[in-house]
Write a protein that binds this ligand. Structure first.
Ligand SMILES: *Cc1c(COP(=O)(O)O)cnc(C)c1O
Length: 371
């Protein structure tokens, strides 16, 4: 039996979304970003669904190791690299590529006896001020790494965009220019040898000049828009995840009745209230505001009152005949996760990443086969 709260994954949509990446970046190689458990969709499931791609990216070594242990042979880049010799040993053992972004890593690399074993992406900080070397440091670091025994040459070159989802913000153009200038300054003998990578999903969709040898799409592969002002569907992407539950109680309330913790909702008139088995314990956002849409029997009704751990409440004034057991959709194909994110003052990334263990994941094809 499927529990009350479950997520349906339309795995076929992954290939469609990958196709869209190829449409925007036809000549680029694709490093599919599947960190954080495949943005909450399941690391291995997504890795299988996205084949073939040129590489995967994960944040941490342990994610890459899980992929290798499951038999994935595709190149994998670890975006946070390594912080100690032991972690570097793991990268070598499992043939994981590393992002090199800090002087601490240079010290570790310099102490290694291995020969040409580690493929790296050397990260330039073009203004995000998170990981990466400054432009003024980049050339010296590049030259040092070329002399470093363990490094497999040619060294790949990357940066990360801080605000590519803001199409009017020229920060992105500044970042792209700084990356290009800094690489030109390396005076490479054959610049085509050193692969470059700049663009995340927003870069791919909004900044053609960010599309270089490799692109690094994440959120768009899951059918989600990186932009606050559009949904994945409007970008011709297909959401993979939909989140469902059911009504577990229906009751009648009078004008003035208070609903939920702290009684934040006071009924403006007599109405029918629905209680749904989903809450922040499932990953439904605690800060979803009153009025956040929920589909009950496929029809929109507004959330009212506070989100609890296991339940939410909705105003069923427009559906007085709804009853316990009726189906509910919290987000998915018919209710954009981007819209829910806006109602909860967050971004859709946090919603799909935040689905908890209690939510049973079912693949759509399996669901269809059983009906
Ligand atoms: C997460 C991440 C990406 C993918 O970002 P999206 O906005 O999900 O496309 C790309 N590059 C780096 C370095 C990242 O950390």
């Amino acid at each position: 039996m499927i529990p009350a709260a479950y997520a349906v994954l339309n795995i076929d949509a992954a290939q469609h979304n990958l196709q869209q990446v190829r449409r925007y970046a036809p000549h680029a190689k694709i490093m599919a970003v599947i960190k954080a458990n495949g943005y909450g969709h399941g690391l291995l499931r997504i890795a299988q669904a996205l084949k073939p791609v040129d590489a995967f990216a994960v944040a941490r070594a342990d994610e890459g190791i899980r992929l290798r242990k499951a038999g994935i042979k595709t190149p994998i880049t670890v975006l946070e690299g390594f912080t100690c010799h032991e972690e570097l040993n793991e990268l070598l053992l499992y043939q994981l590529d590393a992002v090199v972004h800090s002087f601490c890593q240079l010290e570790i690399l310099a102490e290694r006896p291995e020969c040409h074993e580690l493929a790296i992406w050397l990260k330039l900080d073009t203004g995000m001020n998170r990981l990466g070397f400054k432009a003024s440091e980049y050339k010296a670091v590049f030259e040092q790494l070329q002399q470093c025994a363990i490094i497999k040459c040619p060294i790949n070159l990357m940066t990360h965009l801080a605000n590519a989802d803001a199409k009017e913000d020229q920060t992105t153009a500044t970042q792209i220019n700084l990356f290009t200038d800094t690489i030109n300054n390396l005076q490479l003998a054959d610049p085509s040898q050193n692969q470059r990578s700049i663009a995340n999903s927003a870069g791919i969709l909004a900044w053609p000049s960010a599309i270089t040898d490799w692109v690094r799409p994440g959120v768009m592969l899951y059918g989600i828009s990186p932009f606050a002002e559009s949904t994945g569907a409007q970008l011709n992407l297909k959401p993979i995840m939909s989140l469902h539950s059911r009504l577990i109680a229906v009751k009648h309330l009078s004008q003035g009745d208070k609903v939920g913790y702290a009684g934040t909702w006071i009924c403006p008139k007599d109405t029918t209230l629905g209680v749904i088995a989903i809450g922040y314990g499932d990953g439904y956002p605690r800060y979803a505001k009153a009025g956040t849409p929920v589909l009950v029997n496929g029809q929109r009704v507004p959330l009212i009152g506070r989100v609890s751990m296991d339940m939410i409440t909705v105003d069923l004034g427009s559906q007085p005949d709804a009853k316990a057991g009726d189906p509910v959709t919290l987000w998915g194909e018919d209710l954009a996760v981007e819209e829910i994110a806006l109602c909860a003052d967050t971004i859709p990334y946090t919603l799909v990443c935040g689905i908890t263990q209690r939510v049973q994941i079912v693949e759509k094809s399996v669901l269809q086969a059983n009906h």
